[in-house]
Ligand binder design. Structure first.
Ligand code: C5P
Length: 317
């Protein structure tokens, strides 16, 4: 039996890096937001043993280092199940691009494998296994708009932003996240301040603003909600270490702003940049302009939690 799951990407609406912890991870605060760009994961289980990764993209590892492989191992172990697991990854999202593709692929593998085995893990077990495989996996078990704290693995759903048009630019640069964190330590001398507390206050103020919550469900509120968020002064700390190394990424952020983005930023540690737009028409116009400038740009939209789950599972049989 083969189960197909869409594996959606995320962007970070602000990302703040705190102190280096004793376990080698950094404390952080971020707002994760799932978007409609996706890979497709197909998981099949047959008699026998072993985990096989099938992917035509040469940049995707096919050995035990692949996040999907690591996930399948853990799920089989937890469910005390056996079988020959084949995981096919249909790659559209960038590799090492800051859109969380490898993490999303691993969570899609978990969901598909449970269905293929006709077995279920508890939500708590899913979250534990996801966090064990990587810091930004658990948010793909939540979807929509969520707040990430701890090393990013502790994730809380927050009121969904209404669907917002997004333009994503994916340069052909892979950025190593561990290296970007190490560069951050060098830049800041791991200077821990109470900055994350201030950030937490700004984010919670945004979450209780009049435009969030139940009253914000209709799309007409999208603009003011977005403005509220932008007014909090959201920033991605990784820009401070990644832009000096890849100045072309800073230039692309500027081009997104000039193409009309209400807000533009690096996603995660990059190299993807995104811009938030008020209307779909404005986003499409910006894409045409950015493509003329030689960039790989795509128009997409943010996904609410309900849309994320509906569309993830729509392809599953
Ligand atoms: O959790 P994940 O496997 O994505 O983390 C990869 C590496 O990135 C970690 O080993 C660590 O060096 C760095 N990292 C960090 N702080 C975080 C998340 C990741 O320093 N919050």
């Amino acid at each position: 039996m083969t189960v197909t799951v869409r594996s959606f990407a995320k962007i970070n609406l602000g990302l703040y890096i705190g102190a280096l912890r004793a376990d080698g991870f950094h404390d952080l605060r971020t707002v994760y937001q799932t978007i409609a760009l996706h890979d497709v994961i197909r998981v099949g289980v047959a008699r026998g043993t072993g985990i096989v990764i099938v992917c035509t993209d040469p940049r995707v590892p096919r050995d035990a280092s692949n996040t999907c492989h690591r996930m399948a191992e853990r799920v089989l172990d937890k469910l005390d199940a056996t079988g020959r697991v084949t995981i096919e990854i249909e790659k559209q999202l960038p590799v090492q691009g800051g859109l969380g593709a490898a993490s999303s692929n691993a969570v899609a593998t978990m969901i598909a494998l449970e269905r293929a085995l006709k077995r279920r893990l508890t939500q708590a077990a899913r979250l534990r296994i996801a966090a064990d495989v990587g810091s930004d996996l658990p948010q793909f078990l939540v979807g929509g708009t969520s707040l990430g704290v701890g090393r990013g693995e502790e994730v809380y759903p927050v009121p969904d932003l209404p669907p917002l048009p997004v333009v994503v630019v994916t340069p052909e640069i892979g950025v190593s996240t561990p290296q970007a964190f190490a560069d951050w330590d060098e830049l800041t001398h791991s200077d821990a301040s109470d900055r994350l507390l201030e950030v937490g206050r700004a984010l919670s103020a945004w979450m209780v603003s009049p435009n969030t919550g139940a009253s914000a469900r209709s799309g007409s509120r999208a603009g003011s909600l977005l403005l509220d968020l932008v007014r909090t002064g959201i920033e991605n700390d990784f820009e401070r270490v990644v832009f000096p190394q890849y100045p072309e990424l800073r230039d692309i952020k500027g081009l997104l702003e000039r193409a009309g983005a209400s807000y533009a930023s690096l996603s995660g540690s990059g190299s993807t940049l995104y811009g938030l737009f008020r209307t779909r028409e404005a986003a499409v116009k910006a894409v045409l302009r950015l493509r003329k400038q030689g960039l790989r740009a795509q128009a997409t939209v943010t996904l609410t939690r309900a849309q994320y789950w509906k569309r993830s599972l729509a392809a599953s049989r």
